[in-house]
Design a protein around this ligand. Sequence first.
Ligand SMILES: Nc1nc2c(c(=O)[nH]1)N[C@H]1C(S)=C(S)[C@@H](COP(=O)(O)O)O[C@H]1N2
Ligand SMILES: [Mo]
Length: 382
Amino acid sequence: MTPISRRDFLKTLATGSAALVALRFTSGCEFVDVESFGTGGDHPFVTPQDDGIWFWQSGNSTPKENAPQILPDEWRLQLTSGSQTLGELTYPQLRELGAQGHELTYWKTLRCVFSLSLGPLLTSLIANGLFTGVPLSVVLEATDIPAETLKIRTYGADGFSSNIPLSRIHDNDRLPVMLAYELNGEPLTRLRGGPVRLIIPEMWGYKNMKWLDRLDFSASSEPFGVYETVRFRDVDAIDAPGEMALANHVVTLAGRNVTLQGADIVISGVAVSGGAAITEVRFSVDDGPEQVATLLGDDADEVRQALPPNLRELMNDAEQQDSDWPLTNVWVRWSASITGLSPGAHTFTVRAIDSKGRAQEVDSGEPLTISQAIRVPFSISD
Ligand SMILES: Nc1nc2c(c(=O)[nH]1)N[C@H]1C(S)=C(S)[C@@H](COP(=O)(O)O)O[C@H]1N2
Ligand SMILES: [Mo]
């Protein structure tokens, strides 16, 4: 695998899509197994688990057909500290903890960090759903964790690896890190990392280990994991805190050379922020004055009414309450109405602002902390 340096990453952000295509091919295996769901069209609040609709991103370039296939009865989670075994958890044991009242469900938007560098070409590496599982803290209560532990090194059955600080597990101000076994009320499928994956509410995709098979309790504070030490090794923010940057995905204009019809158009998209809620989305056309976009589904009831009955029930069980909307770590959909456009080339610029007061900026140069405002060219047909 070819590591991407911070400089290259910034350069990628700064340049146009032609350079992005070059990056895809010159760096060999980098993007072979990145796949996004369809662009444009309908963008429901919940992404069905259906594997053609969720995106697929293998952190170590495992082709889809070679994804680990683990039967629930075969699944084991090894708890280790170096060469020492601390314990083992089976799938029935995990489900039993759930049945004993430890189960929880929450909304989580999963977003791949590559979506920042790929711009409008492949920005749909993002999906949203209701994950169900057991807090990792519940499992760890029964484990004799070495007192000097700083990080939990996480491993997947495909050889991917990452880490989370032990302190995150005991952070009661955030939703718990979970060992998830269901998505949208159904067992996690093979491609979603089933039977059990790690879900960390505020963190980028790569921290949410699929086919989780080992947790290693480490006294080292060094960065650890495939993204942390190989692929993005020069990007400081990749190791900690790993929070999803404030980011926008312009659904309507995903792809290149999008042409829209008519003088009056609607452009829509989604925005998300790790550890915060999106409070406002602003847009402009051809660098004109900024306007405020309409947020859709920031009324929980509107989302509820659009759901099938089983998901409606699951939504009622979720940790996030109606009064919490728009939700922390979860996307908001937005739409921008634009009128009086002339035929020809235009530029759409959009940026989001979150509940921590962070705002996307044009040319901020800090992709992993505050991401760029998105600027997308489009055309209006005659
Ligand atoms: N075991 C394992 N877990 C993994 C990965 C992987 O390649 N192997 N990819 C990570 C990355 S980079 C992302 S963006 C998400 C993608 O999750 P999805 O395939 O469910 O959309 O899984 C993360 N967890
Ligand atoms: Mo990713």
